[in-house]
Every structure is written in C-alpha cells, then in structure tokens.
Design a protein around this ligand. Sequence first.
Ligand SMILES: [Zn+2]
Length: 126
Amino acid sequence: MPKGKSLKLHKEFGLNPTISQCILCGEDKNELVLLGAAYKEQAPMRMITTVEPCDACRKTYLSRGVMLVEAEVNDKGQRIPTGPVMVLKDAAFKRIFSVPLPEGRIAFASKKVFRLLQKEVPNDKS
Ligand SMILES: [Zn+2]
C-alpha cells in the first residue's frame, strides 16, 4: 500500500489479510499484508504480494544476478506481473540488454522478450 494512503476495508472481508510469499522460492516472508478492498475477492491464506524476493533469495540470487519479471502494462499504465520470473547472471544481463544493471536488481520485461530469452537461454534442468 502506498505510504500516506489509508486502507479501504473490503465490504465483506474487512482487512482481508494474507501472508506474503516470496516470488522466487514461494516461502512465507513473515509479512502479513492487509489487502482490504484492493483485492476483489477473499484473499487466500498466502499469496505473492510484491516482486521483492525474500532476504534469502535476494542474497542467493540477486547478489550476482538480475531478476526479470514478466509483466504487462494495463490501461492505467501500471505494470502487472503475469507470473514468469527468471534470474540472469550479471554478465548475461549486460550482454543481452546492453544497459547498466537496474537499481535493486529487478527489471520487468514483456511476454515477447521472455519468449525470446527462453529460446536463447538454455534451462539448467534440461
Ligand atoms: Zn525466497
């Protein structure tokens, strides 16, 4: 929730709380998030509420890589993550995008860019 804004209660579910999960590992982040009316339905017990990963994942992955989050821009100009994420090593990020590492080491990319990268970057598991 942006600072300085009050929480609008959900008509049926009030504070509408959920436990925030890490976007990378899916573990609980020990954060209780009050969604109120910002979430249309009853919030699930756990959900990903932010692209910021947990402290352990930030330390493990973002200390030497950049997390790319697939996102679409809605008609209000807001970036809405669509699900897929990947972490590129620093060298790969610089080679592919030819831009400095983003602040916070989190960047957003369109579905089209993700499709191209998935062809380009072999999956470690295959
Ligand atoms: Zn994590």
